[in-house]
Design a protein around this ligand. Structure first.
Ligand code: NAD
Ligand code: NA
Length: 396
């Protein structure tokens, strides 16, 4: 079939297999251009099919030659309907790994469930014995806690006060004012239950109980901080409470991993265009100014540049892993640079429907968004007929 982007609100309902494949190939080429990293050998990536998790899987496999098991939740193709992008990304990743002779297997299912944890552990025990790196990179709006059976839904709201600011609809370029009403306590608890550290700890407990962790095993989860501009809706909002919990969980897990000298870290990453961040009010406007500023300064990064740098300059240098006072790895250092943030602070009041095309990187935002679904990728012939009905090799 011929596949075109089909937008509905902040989501795109279609994905292009060739574009997704090209994105994966480009990411592999990027990490290979940076040389090898004396890194992990046997890696589990939870949330491995898109965004930071996919970049972590690619870096593990193609910078360090690591065996990877990837867990994700993606929609397979259906009669006349393309799969979700993470499905096609993984088809391409598995093919590239096979070509390179690198072990890779994938599991598609709900990572929050006991069943998927058990299936993953069985696979580790059967094929790898033990693992030395666990990347936790889930982004989900909903989680059913297997211990209680309760389904929690996260919200993106400020806490305490109504928050008003500017935002942009990046499809139309229209800048407008929005107000978000504060959340309830229940909404905070639900958001923490979905995006906090509880499930990460459950994974690490299950892996420990199964004796599936190597001596000195490391686990990393991803977080975000951002500027004061977005604080009310991000870091001091409901999602921020979840990130506080995730960061606190790193210490709990490190304590539990003492017998094997293991360590849990949170890495604070840069703001990037993803399906999730596009749905948060104010953030798309911030990102379009951020991209413009960082590109002008020659320090713009996507997921793969971020994760390659995380591995090369933070995790696997042969020295102690540098952290901030709260024990967090900071790979958002360039985003948070004073000159970058000063520029954005100065641009913010000037941002309007009329000016944004000039002072912000709206086009960069739009093309990154399309790229997430395999569209607007250079070198792909979108007029050509493609087979949407492809299966993931080595899917367990
Ligand atoms: P993403 O949407 O690109 O990736 C999410 C992954 O989780 C996908 O592989 C998806 O299949 C998987 N997933 C979702 N629900 C699942 C489930 N129930 N079971 C199994 N797999 C499931 O998201 P991302 O932007 O790469 O985010 C990953 C992490 O990085 C999140 O913790 C996010 O907060 C953090 N982060 C994101 C940004 C940003 O700007 N995007 C910045 C800093 C940190
Ligand atoms: Na991810």
């Amino acid at each position: 079939m011929i596949i075109e982007p089909k937008m509905r609100g902040f989501i795109c309902l279609t994905a292009h297999p060739k574009g997704c494949e090209q994105n994966v190939i480009n990411q592999i080429s990027y990490v290979q251009s940076k040389g090898t990293i004396e890194g992990p050998k046997k890696v589990l990536v939870i949330g491995a099919s898109t965004g930071f998790g996919l970049a972590s899987r690619i870096t593990s496999a193609f910078s360090s030659g690591a065996a990877t098991i990837g867990v994700f939740f993606e929609k397979p193709p259906q009669e006349g309907k393309p799969a979700s992008p993470g499905w096609y990304n993984t088809v391409a990743f598995q093919q590239q790994a096979a070509n390179a002779g690198i072990y890779a297997k994938s599991i598609n299912g709900d990572a929050f469930s006991n069943e998927v944890k058990q299936k993953t552990i069985d696979l580790i025990k059967a094929d790898l014995g033990k693992i030395d790196l666990i990347i936790y990179s889930l982004a989900s709006p909903v989680r059913t806690n297997p211990a209680t059976g309760i389904t929690h839904r996260s919200v993106l709201k400020p806490i305490g006060n109504t928050y008003s600011n500017k935002t942009v609809d990046f499809h139309t370029g229209i800048v407008s004012n929005i107000s978000i009403e504060p959340c309830t306590d229940e909404e905070i608890n639900n958001t923490v239950a979905v995006m906090g550290g509880e499930d990460w700890e459950m994974w690490m407990d299950a892996l420990t109980a199964a004796d599936a962790l190597e001596e000195n095993a490391t686990t990393i989860a991803y977080s975000y901080i951002g500027p004061s501009l977005t604080e009310a809706v991000y870091r001091k909002g409901t999602i921020g409470k979840a990130k506080d919990h995730l960061e606190a969980t790193a210490f709990t897990i490190t304590d539990k991993l003492k017998p094997i000298n293991g360590k849990a870290y949170v890495s604070v990453n840069k703001a990037l265009v993803t399906q999730a961040s596009s749905a948060i009010p104010v953030i798309p406007l911030y990102i379009s100014l951020l991209y413009k500023t960082m590109k002008e300064k020659g320090i713009h990064e996507g997921c793969i540049e971020q994760i390659q740098r995380l591995f090369q300059d933070r995790l696997f240098t042969g020295n102690a892993i540098p952290t901030d006072e709260q024990g967090r790895i900071r790979i958002d250092d360039w985003e948070m640079r004073e000159d970058v943030q000063n520029d954005i602070t100065a641009l913010w009041p000037k941002a309007s429907t009329e000016t944004l095309g000039e002072i912000g990187d709206l086009n960069g935002y739009k093309s990154d968004f399309l790229n997430l679904f395999g569209f607007a990728v250079e070198g792909v012939d979108y007029a050509a007929d493609v087979n949407e009905n492809i299966t993931i090799p080595q899917l367990q």
